[in-house]
Design a protein around this ligand. Structure first.
Ligand SMILES: Cc1cc2nc3c(=O)[nH]c(=O)nc-3n(C[C@H](O)[C@H](O)[C@H](O)COP(=O)(O)OP(=O)(O)OC[C@H]3O[C@@H](n4cnc5c(N)ncnc54)[C@H](O)[C@@H]3O)c2cc1C
Ligand code: SF4
Ligand code: SF4
Length: 434
Protein backbone atom coordinates (compact mmCIF):
# COMPACT_ATOMS: atom_id res chain seq x y z
CA UNK A 1 0.00 0.00 0.00
CA UNK A 2 1.44 3.34 -1.02
CA UNK A 3 1.05 6.60 0.88
CA UNK A 4 1.51 9.79 -1.08
CA UNK A 5 1.40 13.54 -0.45
CA UNK A 6 3.09 15.56 2.26
CA UNK A 7 2.72 12.78 4.84
CA UNK A 8 4.90 10.46 2.75
CA UNK A 9 7.51 13.23 2.44
CA UNK A 10 7.54 14.00 6.16
CA UNK A 11 7.66 10.33 7.12
CA UNK A 12 10.31 9.35 4.58
CA UNK A 13 13.06 7.35 6.29
CA UNK A 14 11.16 6.78 9.55
CA UNK A 15 10.41 3.32 10.90
CA UNK A 16 6.73 2.32 11.14
CA UNK A 17 6.86 2.84 14.89
CA UNK A 18 8.34 6.32 14.47
CA UNK A 19 5.65 7.19 11.89
CA UNK A 20 2.88 6.47 14.39
CA UNK A 21 4.73 8.34 17.13
CA UNK A 22 5.07 11.31 14.77
CA UNK A 23 1.28 11.47 14.28
CA UNK A 24 0.95 11.80 18.04
CA UNK A 25 3.83 14.29 18.38
CA UNK A 26 2.39 16.53 15.66
CA UNK A 27 -0.83 16.61 17.71
CA UNK A 28 -3.14 15.29 14.99
CA UNK A 29 -4.06 12.11 16.86
CA UNK A 30 -7.49 12.33 18.48
CA UNK A 31 -7.36 8.95 20.22
CA UNK A 32 -10.04 7.12 18.21
CA UNK A 33 -8.25 3.76 18.60
CA UNK A 34 -8.72 2.48 15.04
CA UNK A 35 -4.94 2.05 14.64
CA UNK A 36 -5.01 -0.55 17.44
CA UNK A 37 -7.83 -2.37 15.65
CA UNK A 38 -5.99 -2.32 12.30
CA UNK A 39 -2.59 -3.39 13.68
CA UNK A 40 -3.66 -5.66 16.53
CA UNK A 41 -3.04 -4.96 20.20
CA UNK A 42 0.24 -6.91 20.11
CA UNK A 43 1.67 -4.19 17.81
CA UNK A 44 -0.21 -1.00 18.72
CA UNK A 45 -1.88 -0.41 22.05
CA UNK A 46 -3.95 2.57 23.18
CA UNK A 47 -2.20 3.78 26.32
CA UNK A 48 -2.89 6.44 28.94
CA UNK A 49 -0.02 8.93 28.76
CA UNK A 50 1.18 11.01 31.69
CA UNK A 51 -0.50 14.14 30.24
CA UNK A 52 -3.90 12.38 30.49
CA UNK A 53 -4.25 11.66 26.75
CA UNK A 54 -5.11 8.17 25.54
CA UNK A 55 -2.77 7.62 22.59
CA UNK A 56 -1.38 4.68 20.57
CA UNK A 57 2.01 3.19 21.39
CA UNK A 58 3.60 0.94 18.77
CA UNK A 59 6.37 -1.60 19.15
CA UNK A 60 8.95 -2.76 16.61
CA UNK A 61 6.61 -5.49 15.34
CA UNK A 62 4.59 -2.83 13.51
CA UNK A 63 5.37 -3.25 9.80
CA UNK A 64 5.48 -0.50 7.18
CA UNK A 65 2.65 -2.23 5.33
CA UNK A 66 0.40 -2.06 8.40
CA UNK A 67 1.48 1.53 9.10
CA UNK A 68 0.40 2.41 5.56
CA UNK A 69 -3.05 0.97 6.33
CA UNK A 70 -3.16 3.01 9.53
CA UNK A 71 -2.30 6.19 7.63
CA UNK A 72 -5.18 5.43 5.28
CA UNK A 73 -7.79 4.99 8.02
CA UNK A 74 -6.50 7.40 10.71
CA UNK A 75 -8.67 10.54 10.98
CA UNK A 76 -5.54 12.47 11.91
CA UNK A 77 -4.05 11.78 8.48
CA UNK A 78 -6.98 11.14 6.14
CA UNK A 79 -10.42 12.76 6.01
CA UNK A 80 -13.06 12.61 3.29
CA UNK A 81 -16.61 13.83 2.83
CA UNK A 82 -19.66 11.68 2.23
CA UNK A 83 -18.87 8.88 -0.26
CA UNK A 84 -20.39 9.70 -3.67
CA UNK A 85 -22.29 6.38 -3.65
CA UNK A 86 -24.31 7.59 -0.62
CA UNK A 87 -25.33 10.97 -2.06
CA UNK A 88 -28.99 10.92 -3.12
CA UNK A 89 -30.05 12.16 -6.58
CA UNK A 90 -32.14 14.94 -5.01
CA UNK A 91 -29.58 15.90 -2.37
CA UNK A 92 -28.97 19.53 -1.42
CA UNK A 93 -25.40 20.85 -1.30
CA UNK A 94 -24.32 23.70 0.95
CA UNK A 95 -20.81 25.13 0.97
CA UNK A 96 -20.62 25.10 4.77
CA UNK A 97 -23.05 22.34 5.80
CA UNK A 98 -22.35 19.87 3.02
CA UNK A 99 -24.68 17.29 1.53
CA UNK A 100 -28.13 16.94 3.04
CA UNK A 101 -31.54 15.52 2.20
CA UNK A 102 -33.23 17.67 4.83
CA UNK A 103 -32.53 19.54 8.06
CA UNK A 104 -35.17 19.94 10.75
CA UNK A 105 -35.84 20.32 14.46
CA UNK A 106 -36.77 17.17 16.36
CA UNK A 107 -36.63 15.40 19.72
CA UNK A 108 -37.30 12.02 21.28
CA UNK A 109 -41.01 11.50 21.81
CA UNK A 110 -40.39 9.52 25.03
CA UNK A 111 -39.97 12.18 27.78
CA UNK A 112 -37.47 10.03 29.71
CA UNK A 113 -35.18 9.71 26.69
CA UNK A 114 -35.49 13.41 25.90
CA UNK A 115 -34.72 14.38 29.50
CA UNK A 116 -31.74 12.08 30.08
CA UNK A 117 -30.10 12.61 26.70
CA UNK A 118 -27.53 15.22 25.79
CA UNK A 119 -29.85 17.50 23.80
CA UNK A 120 -33.29 16.20 22.74
CA UNK A 121 -32.48 12.50 22.56
CA UNK A 122 -32.43 12.22 18.75
CA UNK A 123 -29.50 9.78 18.66
CA UNK A 124 -30.76 7.60 21.51
CA UNK A 125 -34.36 7.50 20.22
CA UNK A 126 -33.25 6.71 16.67
CA UNK A 127 -30.99 3.88 17.77
CA UNK A 128 -33.75 2.55 20.06
CA UNK A 129 -36.00 2.47 17.01
CA UNK A 130 -33.35 0.60 15.02
CA UNK A 131 -32.90 -1.98 17.80
CA UNK A 132 -36.54 -2.46 18.75
CA UNK A 133 -37.70 -2.83 15.15
CA UNK A 134 -34.83 -5.29 14.60
CA UNK A 135 -33.30 -3.29 11.76
CA UNK A 136 -30.01 -3.75 13.60
CA UNK A 137 -28.81 -6.13 16.31
CA UNK A 138 -26.62 -3.75 18.27
CA UNK A 139 -25.34 -0.18 18.52
CA UNK A 140 -21.66 0.65 18.85
CA UNK A 141 -21.37 3.95 20.73
CA UNK A 142 -19.72 5.32 23.89
CA UNK A 143 -20.46 4.96 27.58
CA UNK A 144 -18.89 6.44 30.72
CA UNK A 145 -15.41 5.12 31.46
CA UNK A 146 -14.78 4.30 35.14
CA UNK A 147 -11.02 4.11 34.59
CA UNK A 148 -10.95 7.57 32.89
CA UNK A 149 -13.99 9.49 34.22
CA UNK A 150 -13.20 12.57 32.10
CA UNK A 151 -13.40 10.48 28.93
CA UNK A 152 -15.51 7.64 27.63
CA UNK A 153 -15.11 4.12 26.26
CA UNK A 154 -16.58 2.10 23.43
CA UNK A 155 -19.79 0.29 24.29
CA UNK A 156 -22.00 -2.23 22.50
CA UNK A 157 -25.64 -1.72 23.44
CA UNK A 158 -28.35 -4.25 22.70
CA UNK A 159 -31.32 -2.80 24.59
CA UNK A 160 -33.01 0.40 25.76
CA UNK A 161 -31.38 0.45 29.22
CA UNK A 162 -27.89 0.14 27.78
CA UNK A 163 -28.61 2.89 25.25
CA UNK A 164 -29.86 5.20 27.99
CA UNK A 165 -26.80 4.40 30.10
CA UNK A 166 -24.60 5.59 27.21
CA UNK A 167 -26.68 8.66 26.35
CA UNK A 168 -25.22 12.12 27.00
CA UNK A 169 -21.95 13.69 25.87
CA UNK A 170 -18.44 12.58 26.76
CA UNK A 171 -16.14 15.59 26.44
CA UNK A 172 -12.90 13.60 26.67
CA UNK A 173 -10.91 10.95 24.82
CA UNK A 174 -13.08 8.01 23.86
CA UNK A 175 -11.35 5.28 21.86
CA UNK A 176 -14.64 4.27 20.23
CA UNK A 177 -13.01 2.22 17.46
CA UNK A 178 -10.28 0.28 19.18
CA UNK A 179 -12.15 -3.03 18.92
CA UNK A 180 -13.85 -2.37 15.58
CA UNK A 181 -12.14 -5.29 13.81
CA UNK A 182 -13.34 -7.79 16.42
CA UNK A 183 -16.80 -6.24 16.39
CA UNK A 184 -17.05 -6.55 12.60
CA UNK A 185 -15.71 -10.09 12.58
CA UNK A 186 -18.19 -11.03 15.34
CA UNK A 187 -21.06 -9.41 13.42
CA UNK A 188 -20.15 -11.28 10.23
CA UNK A 189 -19.84 -14.57 12.15
CA UNK A 190 -23.22 -14.09 13.84
CA UNK A 191 -24.91 -12.63 10.77
CA UNK A 192 -25.62 -9.39 12.67
CA UNK A 193 -25.92 -5.76 11.64
CA UNK A 194 -25.12 -2.69 13.71
CA UNK A 195 -25.39 1.08 13.75
CA UNK A 196 -22.58 3.34 14.86
CA UNK A 197 -22.53 6.60 16.85
CA UNK A 198 -19.25 8.45 17.19
CA UNK A 199 -17.73 11.89 16.82
CA UNK A 200 -17.33 13.12 13.22
CA UNK A 201 -13.66 12.05 13.27
CA UNK A 202 -14.73 8.56 14.41
CA UNK A 203 -17.18 8.39 11.51
CA UNK A 204 -14.44 9.47 9.10
CA UNK A 205 -12.21 6.70 10.43
CA UNK A 206 -14.95 4.11 9.96
CA UNK A 207 -15.69 5.38 6.43
CA UNK A 208 -11.94 5.15 5.70
CA UNK A 209 -11.93 1.58 6.98
CA UNK A 210 -14.92 0.78 4.74
CA UNK A 211 -12.69 1.66 1.76
CA UNK A 212 -10.34 -1.22 2.59
CA UNK A 213 -12.57 -3.62 4.54
CA UNK A 214 -15.78 -4.85 2.93
CA UNK A 215 -16.98 -6.05 6.34
CA UNK A 216 -17.89 -2.47 7.30
CA UNK A 217 -20.35 -2.14 4.43
CA UNK A 218 -21.64 -5.64 5.04
CA UNK A 219 -22.52 -5.06 8.73
CA UNK A 220 -22.84 -1.35 9.38
CA UNK A 221 -26.34 -0.10 8.62
CA UNK A 222 -25.96 3.55 9.61
CA UNK A 223 -23.29 5.98 10.84
CA UNK A 224 -24.50 8.73 13.15
CA UNK A 225 -22.67 11.61 14.76
CA UNK A 226 -23.00 14.77 16.82
CA UNK A 227 -22.00 18.17 15.50
CA UNK A 228 -18.73 18.49 17.40
CA UNK A 229 -16.84 21.53 18.62
CA UNK A 230 -14.22 19.33 20.27
CA UNK A 231 -13.53 18.49 23.87
CA UNK A 232 -11.48 19.80 26.74
CA UNK A 233 -7.83 18.68 26.56
CA UNK A 234 -6.93 16.62 29.68
CA UNK A 235 -4.55 19.18 31.28
CA UNK A 236 -7.19 21.88 30.81
CA UNK A 237 -9.82 19.57 32.29
CA UNK A 238 -7.61 19.01 35.35
CA UNK A 239 -7.26 22.80 35.70
CA UNK A 240 -10.99 23.33 35.24
CA UNK A 241 -11.84 20.80 37.96
CA UNK A 242 -9.21 22.37 40.23
CA UNK A 243 -10.96 25.75 39.81
CA UNK A 244 -13.95 24.12 41.49
CA UNK A 245 -11.74 22.56 44.19
CA UNK A 246 -12.01 19.07 42.69
CA UNK A 247 -8.80 16.98 42.46
CA UNK A 248 -9.07 14.77 39.36
CA UNK A 249 -7.62 11.71 41.08
CA UNK A 250 -10.59 11.69 43.46
CA UNK A 251 -13.18 11.80 40.68
CA UNK A 252 -15.30 8.70 40.23
CA UNK A 253 -17.58 9.88 37.44
CA UNK A 254 -18.43 12.99 35.43
CA UNK A 255 -21.79 13.59 33.82
CA UNK A 256 -21.15 16.54 31.57
CA UNK A 257 -24.73 17.17 30.57
CA UNK A 258 -28.12 15.52 30.19
CA UNK A 259 -31.06 15.31 32.63
CA UNK A 260 -32.24 18.58 31.13
CA UNK A 261 -30.79 20.51 28.24
CA UNK A 262 -27.96 20.99 28.75
CA UNK A 263 -28.50 19.93 32.40
CA UNK A 264 -25.92 20.36 35.12
CA UNK A 265 -22.36 19.05 35.04
CA UNK A 266 -22.23 16.60 37.93
CA UNK A 267 -18.94 15.30 39.32
CA UNK A 268 -19.10 12.37 41.71
CA UNK A 269 -16.13 11.76 44.01
CA UNK A 270 -14.85 8.42 45.27
CA UNK A 271 -15.90 9.43 48.80
CA UNK A 272 -19.53 9.73 47.67
CA UNK A 273 -19.72 13.56 47.58
CA UNK A 274 -21.00 15.20 44.43
CA UNK A 275 -20.30 18.62 42.92
CA UNK A 276 -22.97 20.06 40.68
CA UNK A 277 -22.33 23.03 38.41
CA UNK A 278 -24.48 24.60 35.74
CA UNK A 279 -23.30 24.04 32.18
CA UNK A 280 -22.46 27.75 31.89
CA UNK A 281 -20.52 27.77 35.17
CA UNK A 282 -18.47 24.82 33.99
CA UNK A 283 -17.91 25.61 30.32
CA UNK A 284 -18.52 29.37 30.05
CA UNK A 285 -20.67 30.79 27.27
CA UNK A 286 -17.95 31.25 24.68
CA UNK A 287 -16.03 28.58 22.76
CA UNK A 288 -12.83 30.63 23.07
CA UNK A 289 -12.78 29.78 26.79
CA UNK A 290 -12.55 26.05 25.91
CA UNK A 291 -9.04 24.62 25.79
CA UNK A 292 -9.39 22.28 22.86
CA UNK A 293 -6.88 19.63 21.82
CA UNK A 294 -4.92 20.96 18.79
CA UNK A 295 -6.57 18.41 16.48
CA UNK A 296 -9.98 19.84 17.40
CA UNK A 297 -8.76 23.40 16.94
CA UNK A 298 -7.88 22.73 13.28
CA UNK A 299 -10.68 20.22 12.65
CA UNK A 300 -11.87 20.44 9.04
CA UNK A 301 -15.02 18.46 9.82
CA UNK A 302 -16.86 19.17 13.06
CA UNK A 303 -20.19 18.94 11.24
CA UNK A 304 -20.11 15.23 10.41
CA UNK A 305 -19.79 15.56 6.64
CA UNK A 306 -19.35 11.80 6.21
CA UNK A 307 -22.17 10.64 8.51
CA UNK A 308 -25.63 9.47 7.44
CA UNK A 309 -27.08 11.81 10.03
CA UNK A 310 -25.66 14.47 12.35
CA UNK A 311 -27.33 15.85 15.48
CA UNK A 312 -26.74 19.25 17.03
CA UNK A 313 -27.97 21.60 19.72
CA UNK A 314 -30.30 24.42 18.72
CA UNK A 315 -29.41 27.40 20.91
CA UNK A 316 -29.19 30.64 18.92
CA UNK A 317 -25.55 31.76 18.98
CA UNK A 318 -24.36 28.27 19.91
CA UNK A 319 -24.71 28.48 23.71
CA UNK A 320 -27.71 28.67 26.06
CA UNK A 321 -28.49 31.77 28.11
CA UNK A 322 -28.89 31.22 31.89
CA UNK A 323 -32.65 31.32 31.53
CA UNK A 324 -32.76 28.93 28.57
CA UNK A 325 -30.33 26.53 30.25
CA UNK A 326 -32.61 26.29 33.27
CA UNK A 327 -35.78 25.55 31.30
CA UNK A 328 -34.92 23.93 27.97
CA UNK A 329 -36.54 20.54 27.40
CA UNK A 330 -34.08 19.81 24.60
CA UNK A 331 -34.46 19.99 20.83
CA UNK A 332 -31.98 18.72 18.25
CA UNK A 333 -31.31 19.84 14.74
CA UNK A 334 -31.17 16.72 12.56
CA UNK A 335 -28.92 17.05 9.50
CA UNK A 336 -30.10 14.10 7.45
CA UNK A 337 -27.48 13.50 4.77
CA UNK A 338 -28.39 10.26 2.99
CA UNK A 339 -31.60 8.81 1.52
CA UNK A 340 -31.20 5.79 3.79
CA UNK A 341 -31.12 7.99 6.90
CA UNK A 342 -34.12 9.97 5.60
CA UNK A 343 -36.13 6.75 5.26
CA UNK A 344 -35.15 5.57 8.75
CA UNK A 345 -35.95 8.92 10.37
CA UNK A 346 -39.36 9.02 8.64
CA UNK A 347 -40.10 5.51 9.90
CA UNK A 348 -38.96 6.43 13.45
CA UNK A 349 -41.28 9.46 13.41
CA UNK A 350 -44.19 7.33 12.14
CA UNK A 351 -43.52 4.74 14.84
CA UNK A 352 -43.62 7.39 17.60
CA UNK A 353 -39.92 7.40 18.52
CA UNK A 354 -39.23 10.93 17.30
CA UNK A 355 -41.23 14.16 17.12
CA UNK A 356 -40.49 16.37 14.15
CA UNK A 357 -40.50 20.19 14.34
CA UNK A 358 -39.84 22.96 11.82
CA UNK A 359 -37.61 22.62 8.78
CA UNK A 360 -34.25 24.40 8.95
CA UNK A 361 -32.07 25.91 6.25
CA UNK A 362 -28.24 26.13 6.20
CA UNK A 363 -28.54 29.81 7.24
CA UNK A 364 -30.42 28.67 10.36
CA UNK A 365 -27.56 26.28 11.11
CA UNK A 366 -25.06 29.16 10.78
CA UNK A 367 -27.16 31.06 13.32
CA UNK A 368 -27.36 28.08 15.70
CA UNK A 369 -23.73 26.97 15.22
CA UNK A 370 -21.66 30.09 14.44
CA UNK A 371 -18.50 28.44 15.82
CA UNK A 372 -18.92 25.57 13.36
CA UNK A 373 -19.30 27.89 10.40
CA UNK A 374 -16.18 29.75 11.55
CA UNK A 375 -14.16 26.57 12.01
CA UNK A 376 -15.17 25.15 8.64
CA UNK A 377 -14.27 28.39 6.88
CA UNK A 378 -10.96 28.64 8.79
CA UNK A 379 -9.83 25.04 8.18
CA UNK A 380 -8.03 25.65 4.88
CA UNK A 381 -5.92 28.54 6.22
CA UNK A 382 -5.14 26.68 9.45
CA UNK A 383 -4.08 23.49 7.65
CA UNK A 384 -2.04 25.44 5.11
CA UNK A 385 -0.16 27.23 7.88
CA UNK A 386 0.66 23.94 9.57
CA UNK A 387 1.77 22.31 6.32
CA UNK A 388 3.96 25.32 5.48
CA UNK A 389 5.95 24.89 8.69
CA UNK A 390 6.41 21.15 8.21
CA UNK A 391 3.66 19.83 10.48
CA UNK A 392 1.66 16.73 9.57
CA UNK A 393 -1.94 17.58 8.69
CA UNK A 394 -4.77 15.39 7.42
CA UNK A 395 -5.06 14.88 3.66
CA UNK A 396 -8.63 15.96 2.92
CA UNK A 397 -11.09 15.45 0.08
CA UNK A 398 -14.75 16.27 -0.44
CA UNK A 399 -14.85 18.77 2.47
CA UNK A 400 -15.02 21.92 0.27
CA UNK A 401 -12.10 23.55 2.09
CA UNK A 402 -10.54 25.28 -0.93
CA UNK A 403 -13.96 26.56 -2.10
CA UNK A 404 -14.69 27.91 1.37
CA UNK A 405 -11.30 29.64 1.49
CA UNK A 406 -12.05 31.22 -1.91
CA UNK A 407 -15.39 32.41 -0.54
CA UNK A 408 -13.81 34.02 2.56
CA UNK A 409 -12.30 37.50 2.66
CA UNK A 410 -8.51 37.65 2.28
CA UNK A 411 -8.37 39.27 5.72
CA UNK A 412 -10.16 36.30 7.33
CA UNK A 413 -7.84 33.77 5.68
CA UNK A 414 -4.74 35.81 6.57
CA UNK A 415 -5.73 36.13 10.23
CA UNK A 416 -6.49 32.40 10.54
CA UNK A 417 -3.16 31.54 8.87
CA UNK A 418 -1.21 33.91 11.10
CA UNK A 419 -3.08 32.82 14.23
CA UNK A 420 -2.11 29.21 13.56
CA UNK A 421 1.55 30.13 13.05
CA UNK A 422 1.45 31.94 16.38
CA UNK A 423 0.05 28.81 18.03
CA UNK A 424 2.79 26.70 16.45
CA UNK A 425 5.44 29.11 17.74
CA UNK A 426 3.88 28.83 21.20
CA UNK A 427 4.39 25.06 21.03
CA UNK A 428 0.68 24.23 20.85
CA UNK A 429 1.11 21.70 18.05
CA UNK A 430 3.42 19.38 19.88
CA UNK A 431 2.36 16.49 22.10
CA UNK A 432 4.74 14.38 24.14
CA UNK A 433 4.83 10.73 23.26
CA UNK A 434 4.88 9.13 26.69
C1 LIG B 1 -17.16 16.09 22.04
C2 LIG B 1 -18.51 16.75 21.80
C3 LIG B 1 -18.57 18.02 21.23
C4 LIG B 1 -19.82 18.62 20.99
N1 LIG B 1 -19.85 19.85 20.34
C5 LIG B 1 -21.05 20.34 19.96
C6 LIG B 1 -21.16 21.50 19.12
O1 LIG B 1 -20.15 22.09 18.70
N2 LIG B 1 -22.39 21.92 18.75
C7 LIG B 1 -23.50 21.27 19.15
O2 LIG B 1 -24.59 21.67 18.76
N3 LIG B 1 -23.44 20.22 19.94
C8 LIG B 1 -22.26 19.71 20.35
N4 LIG B 1 -22.20 18.59 21.12
C9 LIG B 1 -23.43 18.06 21.75
C10 LIG B 1 -24.28 17.46 20.72
O3 LIG B 1 -25.14 18.49 20.30
C11 LIG B 1 -25.19 16.39 21.21
O4 LIG B 1 -24.39 15.36 21.70
C12 LIG B 1 -26.02 15.95 20.03
O5 LIG B 1 -26.96 16.95 19.74
C13 LIG B 1 -26.72 14.67 20.29
O6 LIG B 1 -27.77 14.93 21.17
P1 LIG B 1 -28.77 13.77 21.55
O7 LIG B 1 -29.70 14.29 22.58
O8 LIG B 1 -29.33 13.17 20.31
O9 LIG B 1 -27.74 12.75 22.21
P2 LIG B 1 -27.96 11.39 23.04
O10 LIG B 1 -29.34 10.89 22.69
O11 LIG B 1 -27.67 11.72 24.44
O12 LIG B 1 -26.92 10.48 22.39
C14 LIG B 1 -25.57 10.83 22.37
C15 LIG B 1 -24.83 9.64 21.81
O13 LIG B 1 -23.50 10.03 21.53
C16 LIG B 1 -22.58 9.10 22.08
N5 LIG B 1 -21.41 9.85 22.51
C17 LIG B 1 -21.36 10.84 23.43
N6 LIG B 1 -20.11 11.32 23.54
C18 LIG B 1 -19.34 10.62 22.68
C19 LIG B 1 -17.97 10.65 22.33
N7 LIG B 1 -17.10 11.49 22.90
N8 LIG B 1 -17.53 9.81 21.38
C20 LIG B 1 -18.37 8.92 20.79
N9 LIG B 1 -19.69 8.86 21.08
C21 LIG B 1 -20.17 9.68 22.01
C22 LIG B 1 -23.31 8.49 23.27
O14 LIG B 1 -22.84 7.20 23.52
C23 LIG B 1 -24.75 8.48 22.80
O15 LIG B 1 -25.07 7.30 22.12
C24 LIG B 1 -21.00 17.96 21.36
C25 LIG B 1 -20.94 16.69 21.94
C26 LIG B 1 -19.71 16.08 22.14
C27 LIG B 1 -19.66 14.69 22.72
S1 SF4 C 1 -6.29 9.38 15.47
FE1 SF4 C 1 -6.91 7.29 15.84
S2 SF4 C 1 -5.93 6.08 14.21
FE2 SF4 C 1 -4.92 8.08 14.25
S3 SF4 C 1 -3.12 7.73 15.54
FE3 SF4 C 1 -4.75 8.53 16.86
S4 SF4 C 1 -5.77 6.74 17.74
FE4 SF4 C 1 -4.55 6.05 15.98
S1 SF4 D 1 -13.61 18.64 16.86
FE1 SF4 D 1 -13.05 17.30 15.16
S2 SF4 D 1 -11.20 16.22 15.85
FE2 SF4 D 1 -12.14 17.11 17.67
S3 SF4 D 1 -13.41 15.42 18.50
FE3 SF4 D 1 -14.71 16.72 17.18
S4 SF4 D 1 -14.66 15.76 15.15
FE4 SF4 D 1 -12.95 14.92 16.34
Amino acid sequence: MKISGHIAELQDGLTARECLAQIVEHAICIGCGICEAVAGKDRVEMTSFANGNERPLANDQLSSETMARITQVCPGTNLAGLPASLVGPEANHDLVWGVYEEIFLCHAQDPTVRHQASTGGLLTALTMFLLETKRVDFILHASPNPSNPAGGRAHVSRNRDQLLEGSGSRYGTTATLKDINKIIQGAIGNNERFAFIGTPCDVSALRNLAEIDQGVQQCCELMMTMVCGGFMAPPAMRGKLAEFGIPINEVKSIRYRGFGCPGDTVVELANGHTHSMTYLEFWGDDESSWHLPPRCKICPDGIGDAADIAASDTWPGGAPSMEVAANDLGTNAAIVRTPKAAEIVRAAIAAGYLTRGDDLQPDDMNRLQPHQEHKKRAAHARLTALRDVGQLVPETSGLRLQKLADDNTDKFNREEYQGTLTRVEAGKFFETNE
